[in-house]
Write a protein that binds this ligand. Structure first.
Ligand SMILES: [Mn+2]
Length: 282
């Protein structure tokens, strides 16, 4: 299915915090009748929200965030939910890594979302300014793209939606979970696993096929900056006034939008795109 929208608001990690979500929605013109799970929602016609995953853990109200997202989707149909590594822990084949676990009923809800296809590995966007864009939780590594047969952004989103690719290209953990394997999109580390290989590709004169938008971790900012950021990465990267981290390579951009919430409520500043949103398998 393809949706056209003049405002495709790509929203970063929420990490168990509800207030920052409600503030951001209000700024986008969404009206809800409650600070809890809304019963009535007034949603601007030109708006679609794509949330990049990590709804749960760290903050105080993971279960409530899941319930609010479900309500927004059911009442508007204009919410697209991607899978983060924190949701992945509750899915078949996901790696259990975080304690305490969320309530079992809500965890089962995430499993239902995955089975019905509401919870997605990635979506593709044709944006009026950026051109082709792939949106996922952590970003698609160069190696995964090559293993998938080097498809375009719509082809990647379609491939990742297929269950046979979930273990290797969606749920596999890399260095952030102290694993050696090349990570799937729910787990990609933003420096060495994502940006550096794509920068090398661009420097080699090979065209980078699409731009990417991801949440999951803040490139160049704490806590990952302490790991030693190569000069090439610093040179090609800009941090915008709202905290988006934009790295240029091969005529494309890799844009990190995780607000770095962690234990503190931080407002996810949406990246506003405009154009066509491709939803595989729907
Ligand atoms: Mn994450």
């Amino acid at each position: 299915m393809t949706l056209r929208a003049s405002r495709i608001a790509v929203l970063g990690d929420l990490s168990g915090h509800l207030k920052p979500l409600l503030t951001t929605l209000a700024e986008l013109g969404v009206e809800v009748d409650s600070r809890d799970v809304p019963r009535r929602v007034t949603w601007p016609e030109d708006l679609v929200v794509v949330q990049v995953g990590d709804l749960v853990h760290k903050g105080p109200v993971s279960e409530l965030v899941v319930a609010v997202v479900e309500s927004l989707f059911r009442r508007t149909g204009r919410w697209v939910q991607l899978v983060g590594n924190h949701e992945a822990q509750y899915l078949p084949g996901g790696i259990p890594f975080w304690q305490p676990r969320i309530d079992a009923v809500i965890a089962a809800k995430l499993g239902e979302w995955w089975e019905t296809g509401f919870l997605r590995p990635a979506v593709a966007i044709d944006d009026e300014r950026l051109g082709p864009v792939l949106v996922s939780h952590g970003g698609l590594t160069l190696r995964s793209w090559q293993e998938l047969g080097e498809p375009d952004h719509v082809g990647v989103a379609a491939a990742l939606a297929r269950p046979e690719h979930h273990a290797r290209h969606v749920l596999a953990a890399g260095q952030m979970a102290a694993r050696d394997a090349d990570p799937g999109v729910a787990w990609t580390e933003p420096h060495r696993e994502l940006r550096i290989p794509w920068i090398v590709e661009g420097q080699a004169g090979r065209p980078v096929p699409f731009s990417q938008v991801h949440g999951h971790a803040q490139p160049l900012l704490p806590p990952s900056e302490g790991r030693g950021v190569p000069a090439d990465l610093r040179r090609s990267t800009t941090v915008t006034p709202v905290g988006h981290v934009r790295t240029r390579t091969g005529g494309r951009e890799i844009i990190g939008i995780d607000p770095g919430a962690g234990g503190r409520p931080r407002r996810p500043r949406p990246l506003l795109l405009s154009g066509e949103l491709h939803l595989p398998g729907a």
